[in-house]
Design a protein around this ligand. Structure first.
Ligand SMILES: NC(=O)C1=CN([C@@H]2O[C@H](COP(=O)(O)OP(=O)(O)OC[C@H]3O[C@@H](n4cnc5c(N)ncnc54)[C@H](O)[C@@H]3O)[C@@H](O)[C@H]2O)C=CC1
Ligand SMILES: O=C(O)C1=N[C@H](C(=O)O)C[C@H](O)C1
Length: 251
């Protein structure tokens, strides 16, 4: 399959390696220095473009790829709040294809199933209060992480006493703690930590007077994210519309 890469940073480079290892051809690589390559015949020849850039660049890149008739797989986070409705309309009503996931690793897909099940159980146990923490490397531009937001939304969908999430505390690399983990009873606080080169840790905690139940996903490297993105590109080549992880991994 022919793949274009948009965003040749930490994820883009790992995706290139894994895609080549699975026998795919990388026909075009676009980063900030060569946006003109969106107009190249090589880019237009791609079956799928894999996009990992940043919260402000992602949406514009989707539009450029869509204009060339190229399907997109993207893991960029932090753009959904501003452009989610437009992207949904383009994919649901106007024939564009985007596979987006806040986290492409199979481990997080499994973790998310446990998260949803645990939230459902907790409807019968009001003595437990729920909170979340995500820890990432110091280069990360958005907080809370996309994965933490997805996990919080899953809890809201399954736990009747929660209606939304709020930003909690942010522990910055210099040790500064901002924000507050105090929030209304019907919201979930998501606390963020930025430390060293941590690839990504997500923890959901249910606390009561008697005990505490904690589930954690701890990525050892970015390999799981990158492999998931390539698997998603393989899936996207034969599917259309707005796609996500639950379309690909069914359990
Ligand atoms: N969904 C998932 O599984 C994962 C998502 N991410 C997300 O992916 C994004 C990228 O992560 P990393 O690769 O670690 O970041 P990075 O900072 O290492 O790489 C981003 C690259 O995008 C390039 N870029 C910026 N603006 C661009 C534009 N307009 N057009 C083309 N390229 C542009 C940068 O020059 C850089 O090379 C972030 O939003 C991150 O949160 C990261 C890991 C896993
Ligand atoms: O920026 C990152 O690195 C990551 N971003 C994604 C997120 O915001 O959840 C996924 C992963 O945790 C790594």
């Amino acid at each position: 399959m022919k793949i274009a890469i948009i965003g040749y940073g930490k994820m883009g480079k790992m995706i290139e390696q894994i895609a080549r290892g699975r026998g795919h051809e990388i026909v075009c690589i676009i980063d900030v220095d060569n946006p003109q390559d969106f107009d190249s015949p090589e880019f237009a020849s791609a079956d799928v473009a894999i996009e990992f850039t940043n919260p402000t660049a992602a949406y514009g890149n989707y539009l450029k790829a869509f204009a060339k008739g190229v399907k997109v797989v993207s893991g960029s986070t932090g753009w959904m709040k501003d452009h989610g409705d437009d992207v949904r309309r383009m994919c649901n009503d106007e024939g564009k294809t985007l596979f987006w996931a806040s986290n492409f690793s199979v481990g997080v897909a499994i973790f998310s199933a446990v998260n949803r099940y645990l939230a459902k159980i907790m409807n019968g146990f009001p003595q437990y209060s729920v909170s979340m923490e995500e820890t990432h490397h110091i280069h990360k531009l958005d907080a809370p992480s996309g994965t933490a937001i997805t996990l919080a939304e899953e809890i809201v969908d399954n736990l009747d006493r929660k209606t939304g999430w709020v930003k909690g505390t942010l522990l910055s690399p210099d040790g500064t703690l901002t924000g507050s983990d105090k929030c209304d009873g019907d919201k979930i606080a998501i606390n963020s930590v930025r430390r060293d080169e941590v690839p990504g840790i997500h923890t959901v905690t249910y606390d009561s007077e008697a005990d505490c139940i904690t589930i954690t996903h701890d990525a050892h490297s970015r390999k799981g994210f990158a492999l998931g993105a390539v698997l998603a590109a393989e899936y996207t080549a034969t599917h259309s519309g707005l796609l996500t992880i639950s379309d690909m991994f069914k359990f």
